[in-house]
Design a protein around this ligand. Structure first.
Ligand SMILES: [Zn+2]
Length: 351
């Protein structure tokens, strides 16, 4: 476990104390030293204690602002931009914020709602020394069927890659195909990365697993083509236990598992406001529903079910019935030399 790299800013509550010990007041700086190792779930529990709410809130804010600043971005302006555009931060940076000691983030991955990515990129370019990495792209039009829900190009419309001129820090802005920025997150390869930071707080969609350094796989067909190679080995090297099939948690049937464990099931129908998610942001946008990829239980139909993501209560299949089909456009990066579609570059949309 690495020591968390946040908490460089001075405490607003410096010198104050809320607890008394036999030797006298227990300084808030020491409380903060303890808090820095805690994942989101125990932090949220502590915030329910009288006098602790403000301390925990300030602590979590500093975790977030220090992480953003460490990538050469202006923290306050970035958080304002995130709130205005509905953009979230995900990937390894959000994991390290929700579960300290999990990893050392190598880059920042922002996820913007459909139509909001250009404003996000503009704000980043305005407030810092970042430059956009120009890459040839091509528009691809694909039919969305009632069965594929939002499963078009892993929920990604476009990827913008930026690099800082002097520090070399890397930032990626991924535009969602949906009004919700969360859609691409549920196509990630591991549940341990299914966390995000909004302009107002932090959310973990698999808090119990994530804080115990356990990752459930989100299997799919063509896993090795879609995801970056060696990803699972990398996370195992960081001390994360990888669960390939949720049968390991509930060997009989998911329904016989405890309520707490039922949410930790690849076959469970989940949504972003359900009781298994942990959120410190009450103003999260459209509710997104998802089901992870999983092995087929049907003996006659051996194979895998891909992950499925959609807007909760979306009645678009009814609309589809009228319109017959919906066409979705996304921009795919091409290899600079061959000008062919480049899956290698495309994997940048995953953390
Ligand atoms: Zn299960």
């Amino acid at each position: 476990m690495q020591t968390p790299a946040h908490l460089k800013l001075p405490l607003k509550t410096k010198g104050m104390s809320i607890f008394r010990t036999k030797e006298g007041p227990f300084p808030l700086e020491m409380v903060d030293q303890v808090l820095q190792y805690l994942p989101l779930q125990p932090l949220s529990v502590l915030a329910n204690l009288r006098d602790m709410e403000a301390v925990v809130k300030e602590h979590l804010e500093r975790r977030i602002t220090n992480t953003i600043s460490s990538f050469s971005l202006h923290a306050k302006k970035t958080l304002n931009m995130m709130e205005e555009t509905g953009t979230v931060l995900s990937g390894s940076a959000a994991l390290e914020i929700t579960s300290p000691g999990s990893c050392v983030p190598e880059d920042l991955n922002f996820y913007s709602p459909s139509g909001a990515a250009e404003a996000t990129v503009e704000q980043i370019l305005l407030t810092s020394g970042f430059a956009l990495i120009q890459e040839p792209e091509t528009a691809i039009l694909t039919e969305r069927t009632p069965f594929s829900k939002l499963n078009v190009n892993n929920g990604v419309k476009r990827v913008f890659r930026l690099s800082h001129r002097t520090t070399g820090k890397r930032v990626t802005v991924i535009e969602s195909l949906s009004p919700s920025p969360l859609v691409p997150i549920f196509f990630f390869h591991l549940t341990t990365l299914m966390n995000c930071v909004t302009g107002r707080g932090a959310i973990s969609f698999y808090p119990d697993l994530t804080e115990t350094y356990t990752a459930m796989m989100n299997p799919r067909r063509n896993f090795a083509v879609v995801h970056k190679p060696m990803e699972l080995v990398k996370w195992q090297g960081r001390g994360t236990a990888i669960v390939r099939d949720c049968d390991e948690f509930h060997p009989s049937r998911p329904n016989s598992a405890t309520h707490g464990k039922r949410g930790m099931c690849q076959r469970a129908f989940r949504h972003s406001q359900d009781g298994w998610s942990l959120s410190t942001d009450s103003k999260l946008g459209p509710t997104i529903a998802w089901r992870l990829g999983h092995k087929s239980k049907d003996q006659s139909q051996a194979g895998l079910h891909d992950p499925v993501v959609h807007l909760l209560h979306e009645e678009w299949h009814l609309r589809t019935h009228r319109l017959l089909e919906i066409w979705v456009e996304y921009l795919a990066p091409m290899d600079e030399i061959t000008h062919r579609l480049s899956p290698k570059t495309w994997r940048q949309s995953f953390p």
